[in-house]
Write a protein that binds this ligand. Structure first.
Ligand SMILES: Nc1ncnc2c1ncn2[C@@H]1O[C@H](COP(=O)(O)OP(=O)(O)OP(=O)(O)O)[C@@H](O)[C@H]1O
Length: 342
């Protein structure tokens, strides 16, 4: 180990549409919504992450909250760079340093991003002192994080249901054999709930409320084995303009989400039908692995299992599977050299 190695810090980043996570020294040190709040007048970023998230839907005309990544792509380069840089600067162990340390980084990127976006991510990383920057595709990182041995000549299917995209991939011998990315994931589920409340209950609810409904009583099926209690929801009555409250059951939310879940199912079926027979035989034995926050929707695993006639497993701590895998790749650069994009 040379002197410069001693000075280098290593971090793994999962740059997600909904959440950004960072691992440093084997610990998750950042786990924050991918949101920034910007002052419209000065153009300055005034908050990122959790703090900016709390402002969402409650801003006045001088403050705007932005989600720099949308639909699994980078919608605002400048804001996403500032967000990454602020997250890194706030890592406690790095904050204490006299000067910003050189960074060796592995960054996980959605598999749908273009060459130009990839270059932008890399350049952003270099500007925050990234001296050695590797990129890794999301399904690979998810598979490693789930604990699959992706270098084996054996097929595995991963379905990562994030905020902006659902990424379905069949991986074997350290490569993605076939994949599909659809823009139906957690954000769409949330919007389905907003639409449902508006059309069925004349109730106008914001994004944060709709997301809370999804997490507390959301379901992919109308017959759950252990159903959650009904939830009371406050919002604005569309007709009278007054604040009001309604009670909603998980069955209603299942109805609201049904169309979108069907599209996820279809994408899984389509990917299965494109899988080479030898790998399909492997998947028949191993089943399908789910990761990403959206995989926690009640009954989704069972529904996918019924549709595909395959066993479906949800990753342990699905919101962190990707960053965990990115962290493992960072610690084993040599082993994962062939799948990292330099
Ligand atoms: N318990 C839950 N039930 C249903 N959905 C959930 C739950 N917890 C989180 N989510 C949803 O998961 C999504 C975020 O997942 P995740 O952090 O894996 O996405 P991401 O990696 O940021 O997005 P992408 O993969 O599209 O870049 C959000 O839409 C969130 O509402």
């Amino acid at each position: 180990m040379g002197f410069f190695d001693f000075m280098t810090e290593e971090i793994a980043i999962d740059l997600g549409t909904a959440n950004t996570l960072i691992i440093h020294l084997d610990k998750v040190v950042v786990d924050s919504p991918s949101i920034v709040a910007r002052d419209r007048v000065s153009g300055k970023i005034i908050a990122v992450g959790r703090e900016a998230n709390m402002m969402q839907g409650k801003t006045h005309e001088n403050i705007k909250t932005i989600r720099p990544l949308k639909d699994g792509v980078i919608a605002d380069f400048d804001a996403s760079e500032k967000m990454i840089s602020m997250f890194i600067k706030n890592i406690p162990a790095l904050k204490k340093k006299w000067f910003p340390p050189a960074l060796r980084m592995v960054i996980c990127i959605p598999s749908g991003i273009t060459e130009v976006e990839m270059r932008a991510v890399r350049e952003s990383a270099e500007r925050v002192n990234g001296k050695e920057v590797y990129l890794i595709h999301e399904p690979m990182a998810a598979a490693i994080g789930i604990g699959l041995d992706i270098m084996q000549p054996k097929g595995n299917m991963i379905v990562d249901i994030g905020g902006g995209t659902t990424e379905i991939a069949v991986i074997a011998l350290g490569g993605i054999v076939c994949d599909k990315s659809v823009k139906i994931a957690g954000d769409v589920f949330t919007n389905d709930i907003i639409y449902y409340m508006r059309t069925q209950h004349n109730l106008y609810v914001g994004e944060s409320t709709a997301e809370a409904i999804k997490i507390e009583i959301g379901s992919a099926t109308e017959d759950l084995k252990s159903p959650p209690d009904d939830k009371s929801i406050q919002g604005r009555d569309l007709l009278t303009g007054k604040p009001k409250q309604v009670h909603v059951s998980y069955r209603e939310i299942a109805k609201a989400l049904d169309k979108s879940i069907l599209r996820v199912e279809d994408a899984v079926m389509e990917t299965l039908s494109q899988t080479p027979p030898e790998l399909a035989a492997d998947i028949y034995n191993t089943g399908i692995y789910l990761a990403g926050g959206g995989s926690m929707l009640r009954g989704l695993d069972r529904r996918l299992s019924q549709k595909t006639d395959l066993p479906v497993y949800i990753a342990e701590d699905p919101l962190r599977a990707v960053v965990r895998g990115t962290g493992i790749a960072l610690k084993n650069l040599e082993r994962y050299k062939s799948i990292l994009i330099k």
